[in-house]
Design a protein around this ligand. Structure first.
Ligand code: MGD
Ligand code: SF4
Length: 745
C-alpha cells in the first residue's frame, strides 16, 4: 500500500542543481568592513567577523573575502577566549559548507505527478504562503500547541521565536535526549546547575584531568583541546577510562581499558576509596555538601575488589588513580563528558561523576570547575508570547519527571495515533537537525511522518530529513547571514558577531528572514518589528554599551568579570540547589521515585560472535552535518570499523577489507565499511565514528561512504529520569559477503 508521504530523493528531478549555477557569491554591499589585507595571490581581502557553525563550540573568526565575493579562508579571532585565534580543522574547512555544490538552492514543494510523489521548485512566496495557510489551519483545528519545532544550531533561535509567538512551547532539540541531557540533569541534581556549553571546566589550570568516555582531541572542541595540551605541558596527570586507546588515552599517565557499560561500578569504587581512605576534601564537603553520611553508608559494599569483577580493572589501578585525584585536589576535574546518552542509567552515571567532583572540592576552585559569567543581552521589544494551553511536559504522561527540556522522542511519539488516542502533534518545523541520523527511533519517525498534516524542513543541504518534508526551505550558510550575538557565559564575558561575509548564493535566505516572512503571513508581524536583523543586533548591543559598528570592526568584545570564578576563601558560597548545599544524597531524585545515590545496573552482554557497538567522533567531522563538506571529506572520506586483531583472526578478516555489519535484531548496514585492525580496541567491542553511511544520493561526496551507526541502533534504553535514549546496548557481527547481492542482481 502506498504510504501517505514517500521519501523523495531530491535528485530525482535534478531540482535546484540546474536552477541556478554555482559561482562566486556577491560581496556584501554597503557593509562596513575593516582590516583589509593582501591574499596569497596579491588580491585585497576584507575581513568579516563570524563565528563558526561547524560545531557548537562557536569559535569566533574572520572570513577573508575578495572584492568579487570569494571567501578565501576563515581564521580564528585572537580576542576570542573560546579559540584563542586558532580554528580546528573543521572550522578552517567550514568554507566548504558555503561552496558545497550540492547545497539546497530553491524552495521545494511536494507534489504528486503521474501518481508519484516528487518535488517541484517553488518561489519563496508560494512556499511560505503554503506553510502559513497550513499552520493557520492547524491552529484553528487543534490549537497552536499542535505544532512542534525540532531544532539544533543558531537558526533554531529564530524559529523558536516564531513558534512561541504562534503559541507553542513544543520546541525540542536532539542535544537534550540524544546528547547532554543526562549529564545536565545529573549535575543539576547535585550542584543545582549544569556545566553548560562550553563547559566550565578549568582544564588550563588543572593538575589532574579524568576523562571517562570523553575523547577530547577526537571530539574536537577547540578551546578545550588547547587547554588540555597546555595542562599536559604543565605536568597535569591525565587519567582516561575508555575501552579504546583513544588519542587522549595515548597521552595519559593512566589508561583504564574498562569493560564497556560498567563505568558506574568504577565510579562507585572511586567514591568508596576516597571516603574509606579519608582522601576526600573534608573541609569542602563539610562547608558545602550535605548527605555525606548517607553516601558513606551507601558505598561501603563497592570496594575496588567488587568493581574488578565487573569492570575488569585491577583493584590497584582503581586505588592508585583515586589517590592521583586526591593528590591534585581541588585542582582536579572528573570531566562531565558531553554525549552522555549511553545505557539508559545515564543520569545515575553523571550523578556519580558530579559527586566525585564534589568530594574532591573541584567546583569553585582553580583547576576544577569555575563559576561562569556572561553579558545578558536584553530581548528586542516584542509583545508577550501567548501562554500555551499545554506543553511538551503534558506529552510525558508522568514519565521522565526530571526532564527540563523537551524530549525529542516523546514529541515524535505524540505525532502519530497510538493506543486508541489521536496524535496531539499535527505539524513539524525542522531546522538544522537531520532527525533521521540523530534520533534512533526509525519506526516512530516513520509513523509520525505518515500521520502529520505538515512537515517543513529548513536546511542548507539535501540531507535525509529533507526527503520527508512537504516543503523544503533552503537556508543560506552561516557565512551568508546575520544570526544572534554569541553571548555565552564562560571564563570571561564576551560578545561576538556573525554577519554575512557575502550575499546568500542561489535563492537561499537566512533563518531570521524566513521566520519574519512567515510571522507576517501568520498575522504575527508585531513580533518582527524590524526590516533587517542588523537593527535587532544594533539595538541589543547599544543596551550594553556597544554597537553593531563596533562589533563589525572587532568581531569579539571581551569585558572584565564582576564576580570571582572561584570561591573566595572564607566566604559562605551557596550552590544553586534548594538548600544551597551540594546534594550528595538527592532528595529531589528520591521524591521523584529514583535512587537518591548512584546505583550500578548490570547491562546485557553480547551473544557469542557479536561485539558491542561503540561510536564516537573524529576531529574532521561533526555528526552528519559535515559528511558532504568537500574540504572535510578530503580529510576523512569515510569511517572504518575498529576491530581487535584477535577478533579479526577468528573471522579471517584482514585490514582494509570491507565488511557489512549486522546487529542483534537483524538490522544490516546499508553499505560496507573498511576494517581497521588495531590493538587499541578491546576484544569485546567494535568502534565507528558517527555521521557516515548516507543513503541520499544528492549528497554526492557522502553517499555510500562508510556505515551509519544509527541504523544499527535498534535497541534503545530510555533513561526513566529524563528520557535520554541510551544507544550503546547494541551488538554487531560481521558479514563478509554483500547481503543484498541477490537483490541487486
Ligand atoms: P546532524 O546529523 O549533524 O546533527 O544531531 P543533529 O543536530 O541532527 O544534522 C545537522 C543538520 O543541520 C544537517 O541536516 C545539516 O545539513 C543541517 N545544517 C547545517 N548547518 C545548517 C544551517 O546553518 N541551517 C540549517 N537550517 N541547517 C543546517 C546531533 C545529535 O545527534 C547530537 S547533539 C548528539 S551528541 C547525538 N550523537 C549521536 C551519535 O553519536 N550516534 C548516534 N547514533 N546518534 C547520535 N545522535 C545525536
Ligand atoms: Fe568550529 Fe572547530 Fe570551533 Fe567547532 S571547535 S566551532 S568546528 S572551529
Amino acid at each position: 500500500m502506498k504510504t501517505r508521504r514517500d521519501f523523495i530523493k531530491i535528485s530525482a528531478l535534478g531540482i535546484g542543481a540546474t536552477a541556478v549555477t554555482a559561482g562566486a557569491a556577491k560581496a556584501v554591499l554597503g557593509s562596513s568592513l575593516f582590516g583589509n589585507e593582501a591574499g596569497d595571490e596579491g588580491e585585497t581581502l576584507r575581513r568579516v567577523p563570524t563565528y563558526c557553525e561547524v560545531c557548537f563550540w562557536k569559535c569566533a573568526g574572520w572570513a577573508h573575502v575578495t572584492d568579487d565575493g570569494k571567501i578565501k579562508k576563515i581564521t580564528g579571532n585572537d580576542d576570542d577566549p573560546q579559540c584563542n585565534g586558532r580554528l580546528c580543522p573543521r572550522g578552517t574547512g567550514g568554507v566548504g559548507m558555503f561552496s558545497d555544490p550540492d547545497r539546497l538552492k530553491t524552495p521545494l514543494l511536494r507534489v504528486t505527478k503521474n501518481g508519484e510523489q516528487t518535488y517541484r521548485e517553488a518561489s519563496w512566496e508560494e512556499a511560505l504562503e503554503y506553510i502559513a495557510s497550513k499552520m493557520k489551519d492547524i491552529k484553528t483545528k487543534y490549537g497552536p500547541e499542535s505544532m512542534a519545532l525540532f531544532f539544533h544550531g543558531s537558526s533554531g533561535n529564530h524559529f523558536s521565536h516564531l513558534m512561541k509567538a504562534y503559541g507553542t512551547a513544543n520546541l525540542a532539540a536532539p542535544s537534550f535526549a540524544q546528547c547532554r541531557g543526562p549529564r545536565d540533569v545529573g549535575f543539576e541534581a547535585t550542584f543545582g546547575e549544569s556545566v553548560s556549553s562550553p563547559e566550565v571546566t578549568d582544564i588550563r589550570d588543572t593538575k589532574c584531568l579524568v576523562l571517562i568516555g570523553s575523547h577530547i582531541g577526537e571530539n574536537m572542541h577547540n578551546g578545550q583541546v588547547q587547554e588540555m595540551s597546555e595542562a599536559i605541558d604543565n605536568g597535569a596527570v591525565i587519567i582516561t577510562v575508555d575501552p579504546r586507546l583513544s588519542t587522549a588515552a595515548s597521552k595519559s599517565k593512566f589508561w583504564l581499558p574498562i569493560k564497556p557499560s560498567t563505568d558506574i561500578a568504577l565510579l562507585l569504587a572511586w567514591i568508596h576509596v576516597l571516603i574509606n581512605d579519608e582522601l576526600y576534601n573534608k573541609e569542602y564537603v563539610a562547608a558545602y555538601a550535605e548527605g555525606f553520611e548517607e553516601l558513606k553508608a551507601h558505598v561501603q559494599p563497592f570496594t575496588p575488589e567488587w568493581a574488578y569483577g565487573i569492570t575488569t580493572l585491577k583493584p590497584d589501578q582503581i586505588r592508585s588513580t583515586a589517590r592521583e585525584m586526591a593528590n591534585a585536589a581541588p585542582s582536579v576535574i572528573i570531566h562531565p563528558g558531553r554525549h552522555a546518552a549511553w545505557y539508559g542509567d545515564d543520569v545515575q552515571r553523571t550523578r556519580a561523576i558530579a559527586i566525585l567532583n564534589a568530594l574532591l572540592g573541584s567546583w569553585g576552585n582553580r583547576g576544577g570547575l569555575f563559576f561562569k559569567e556572561g553579558i545578558k543581552l536584553p530581548e528586542f521589544p516584542h509583545p508577550e508570547y501567548p501562554k500555551p494551553a499545554w506543553t511538551w511536559k503534558d506529552l510525558l504522561d508522568g514519565k521522565y519527571p526530571l526532564a527540563n527540556e523537551a524530549v525529542t522522542n516523546s514529541v515524535i511519539e505524540a505525532s502519530f495515533p497510538a493506543n486508541g488516542k489521536d496524535a496531539r502533534i499535527k505539524g513539524w518545523f525542522v531546522s538544522g537537525t537531520n532527525l533521521v541520523a540523530s534520533v534512533p527511533l526509525k519506526e516512530e519517525l516513520h509513523k509520525a511522518v505518515q500521520a502529520l498534516e505538515l512537515v517543513v524542513v529548513v536546511d542548507t543541504m539535501p540531507m535525509e530529513i529533507t526527503g520527508l518534508a512537504d516543503v523544503v526551505l533552503p537556508e543560506c550558510t552561516y557565512l551568508e547571514r546575520y544570526d544572534d550575538i554569541r553571548a555565552t557565559a564562560h571564563r570571561e564575558p564576551t560578545l561576538c558577531l556573525r554577519m554575512p561575509a557575502v550575499e546568500p548564493m542561489y535563492q537561499t535566505k537566512p533563518a531570521w528572514w524566513i521566520a519574519k516572512q512567515l510571522g507576517e503571513k501568520l498575522g504575527l508581524g508585531d513580533y518582527f518589528n524590524y526590516k533587517d536583523y542588523s537593527e535587532v543586533l544594533d539595538w541589543q548591543l547599544k543596551q550594553v554599551g556597544s554597537s553593531l559598528e563596533e562589533l563589525k570592526r572587532i568581531g569579539v568584545k571581551k569585558t572584565a568579570r564582576k564576580t570571582s570564578p572561584y570561591i573566595e576563601p572564607g566566604t559562605a558560597h551557596q550552590f544553586k540547589t534548594h538548600s544551597g548545599k551540594i546534594q550528595l544524597y538527592s532528595h529531589e531524585m528520591a521524591e521523584a521515585g529514583f535512587a537518591p545515590m548512584p546505583v550500578f545496573t548490570q547491562h546485557p552482554e553480547p551473544e557469542e560472535g557479536f561485539y558491542r557497538l561503540i561510536y564516537g567522533r573524529a576531529p574532521m567531522h561533526t555528526f552528519s552535518r559535515t559528511a558532504n563538506n568537500p574540504n572535510l571529506v578530503a580529510l576523512m572520506p569515510e569511517n572504518s570499523v575498529w576491530v581487535n586483531p584477535g577478533v579479526a583472526k577468528i573471522w579471517g578478516i584482514k585490514k582494509d577489507q570491507y565488511v557489512w555489519l549486522k546487529n542483534q535484531d537483524g538490522a544490516i548496514s546499508n553499505f560496507a565499511v573498511k576494517v581497521r585492525t588495531t590493538e587499541r580496541i578491546r576484544w569485546d567491542s567494535v568502534y565507528i565514528v558517527h555521521g557516515f553511511g548516507h543513503h541520499h544520493k544528492p549528497l554526492r561526496f557522502a553517499y555510500g561512504r562508510g556505515v551509519n551507526d544509527t541504523e544499527l541502533i535498534t535497541n534503545v534504553m530510555l533513561d526513566p529520569i529524563m528520557g535520554g535514549t541510551g544507544m550503546r546496548g547494541n551488538f554487531v557481527t560481521f558479514l563478509t559477503e554483500d547481503p543484498r547481492k541477490e537483490a541487486k542482481a
